[in-house]
Structures are given as structure tokens and as C-alpha cells.
Design a protein around this ligand. Structure first.
Ligand code: FPP
Ligand code: MG
Length: 333
């Protein structure tokens, strides 16, 4: 099964999609694709077959998302916790991923035609080297595509991602690229694996479990969370419509909470900049109190310098990450 399914929606699905699209649509949807093994048990199949059908369902869901104008999808494909499963199952999932990333490289022309950019979020160094290399090739091949985005979380947990972001900021401070006072919520967001994406508008978990299981904890504080009892391989277009409808019913309150949060963050940043400037003026002002105009000029100068500092730090971080992928890519698969 390929990553891209071209089929049209049937008439009833098309009509329903158009009705939904008259309302506010989520631009970014995240999925916890849960229930593959229960599905396999239910259908008396091998466990691996359940995971394979899980992948097929992902390809189908991406097609529905495209028809619903959902440009970005993030999926939990393999949690760091999943390494604790039996060796047989972990090996099976690694093999499935290898097959599918190889297939993705085969389909590069089709991915280009549809403008699909595939990113992989997680600590790839935990994966077998041949899989790391395939992932790097897939990521680099689709990097410049910009019509729709698929983020595959692999060897990922949210706490690990946040911890890694904190480590990156500590590295920046140690290298003298940023100051400890530059650390902020916004900067931490930029250091996450998900830094290239807006936060998901809607997060869907299947299989009836009502936990986030360490998935996108930072990114979903203002997302609509929908828990559905259907097992992932049985997910249907109608299940997706139902989740989107839930999002639409909650749209106003979600938007309001997001706007308030953004305003509050801007205010906090201004206060932090003011505090740094006040300290600076106190140390360099020869004991004379600064007038309002001088304080304002100093604030403007400080803010510009901070923004430039952060830009340079983020460039350095990007360079570090890009080199990891290009080094892997230069090896032969
Ligand atoms: C959760 O169901 C599913 C997984 C741990 C694996 C999900 C992976 C895929 C759908 C394939 C994706 C592959 C690529 C390359 C994107 P579960 O195993 O926890 O099942 P259970 O909840 O019934 O036990
Ligand atoms: Mg599960």
C-alpha cells in the first residue's frame, strides 16, 4: 500500500465534506493511532498484520484529510515506550517502517506532484542505522514540498522532546549564543522537534483509551481533544467527520483561549525585556535615573538585540539538525 491514495470521495462523502467545510476547519490534526493489536485479535490475524492494516488506514486517512483541506497531519507511529514491547513486535514495527520509507522514496514523484513534505519527529538515534538512513533520505527528498505536511512521530515521547529542547537551550547558553534570560515559552517551542509546525487544532485518539500517553503534551494545551472508541484499522471517513464536528462545536472557546494565551505571552516577554533593561541601566547609568525616552530607546535596542541573538541561535540549531540528516544521507543505503 502506498502513502498516497488518489481516489475521489463518493457522492455522499463529497456532500458531507462540503457541508463540514462551510464551517471552521482544523488546519492541523494529530492522531494517536491506537488499537492495532486489539483489531488483529478481533479478526484472528497476526499482530503484525494489525500494524500493517494500521499503516493502510493512515494512507486512507491522509486522503480524507486532503479532501477536507486539512493541510497538516501528525501521527504517533512509535513511542519510545514501545521499545519495551517484545523483541519480535519491535522488530516487526521497524521492518514495517523500513518497507514504508523505502516505498516513500519510490513514490517521490507522486509526493512532489502533491507537494507532500514528510518530517519525522523523535530521537532517530534510537533506531537501527539503516532505518535512520532511509528516514533521512525521505525527509531530505520531500523537504522543499509545501502543500501538505505529514509529521511521523517515531521514537518519540513528549517529555523526551521537551527535555531535549531544554538541553538545546542549555547548549545555546553554554556556547554563548543566547543568555539565560532569553529562555521563554516561545523559545522552548522553537527548540521542539515540532518547531516547523503550528500547534494541532484537533487531536484524535482511537480505541477508547482516554489518555495522551506522552504525545504532544506541550503542543495540545489549546487543542480540541477527541477520544473515539473505534479501533484504528477500522477508522472511517465518518469517524473523522464526527471529530471535525466536535472541533467546530468547540471552535469559539478554543480560539478564545488561544488568543488570551498569546496576549499573555506577549505581555510576559515585554515585562522580561523591561526587567533586563532596568537592570542594565542601573549598572551602567552612573547612578542617575534614566528618563522615559532613554528607557524606551534602551528597551527597543534590547529587544532588537535579543531577537537577533535568538535568530542566530535557532540558525545554529537548525544547522546542527540538518547536518545530522545530510550526514546520514551521504551514506549508502
Ligand atoms: C498502537 O496500537 C499502534 C502502534 C504502536 C503502531 C502504529 C503504527 C502504524 C499504524 C504504522 C505506521 C508506520 C509508519 C511507517 C508511519 P497498539 O499496538 O497499541 O494496539 P493495542 O492498543 O490494541 O494494543
Ligand atoms: Mg495501544
Amino acid at each position: 500500500m502506498s502513502w498516497i491514495k488518489e481516489d475521489e470521495l463518493n457522492l455522499l462523502e463529497k456532500i458531507s465534506a462540503n457541508i463540514l467545510k462551510a464551517g471552521p476547519m482544523p488546519k492541523h490534526v494529530a492522531f494517536i493511532m491506537d488499537g492495532n493489536r486489539r483489531f488483529a485479535r478481533k479478526k484472528h490475524m497476526e499482530r503484525q498484520e494489525g500494524h500493517m492494516q494500521g499503516f493502510n488506514k493512515l494512507a486512507e486517512t491522509l486522503r480524507w484529510c486532503k479532501h477536507l483541506n486539512i493541510q497538516e497531519v501528525t501521527v504517533y507511529a512509535f513511542s519510545i515506550e514501545n521499545f519495551k514491547r517484545t523483541k519480535d513486535e519491535v522488530d516487526g514495527l521497524m521492518e514495517l517502517a523500513k518497507q514504508k520509507f523505502l516505498k516513500l522514496l519510490d513514490e517521490r514523484e507522486n509526493l512532489e506532484k502533491h507537494g507532500v513534505c514528510v518530517r519525522v519527529l523523535g530521537d532517530l538515534e534510537m533506531l537501527p542505522l539503516d532505518l535512520q538512513e532511509l528516514i533521512a533520505k525521505a525527509v531530505i527528498t520531500t523537504k522543499s514540498h509545501n502543500k501538505c505536511f505529514l509529521n511521523v512521530c517515531f521514537a518519540y515521547t513528549s517529555r523526551y522532546e521537551i527535555t531535549n529542547a531544554v538541553r538545546e537551550m542549555a547548549w545555546g547558553v553554554e556556547k554563548g549564543l543566547i543568555k539565560a534570560s532569553d529562555v521563554s515559552e516561545a523559545l522552548l517551542s522553537e527548540c521542539l522537534y515540532s518547531n516547523n509546525s503550528p500547534n494541532p487544532d484537533l487531536l484524535i485518539r482511537t480505541s477508547g483509551e482516554v489518555r495522551l500517553s506522552d504525545f504532544l503534551l506541550w503542543q495540545t494545551s489549546h487543542s480540541c481533544l477527541v477520544f473515539q472508541s473505534v479501533l484504528w484499522p477500522e477508522y472511517s471517513f465518518w469517524n473523522l467527520c464526527e471529530a471535525v464536528l466536535q472541533y467546530q462545536l468547540n471552535y469559539k472557546s478554543i480560539q478564545k483561549a488561544r488568543d488570551l494565551h498569546q496576549e499573555h505571552q506577549a505581555l510576559l516577554q515585554l515585562e522580561a525585556d523591561r526587567a533586563c533593561v532596568a537592570e542594565h541601566l542601573q549598572h551602567h547609568g552612573n547612578g542617575k535615573p534614566a528618563d522615559a525616552q532613554r528607557r524606551q530607546e534602551a528597551l527597543l535596542h534590547y529587544t532588537t538585540c535579543r531577537e537577533e541573538r535568538i535568530q542566530d541561535f535557532l540558525e545554529a540549531l537548525k544547522h546542527k539538525r540538518d547536518s545530522y540528516f545530510s550526514d546520514l544521507c551521504s551514506k549508502d543505503v
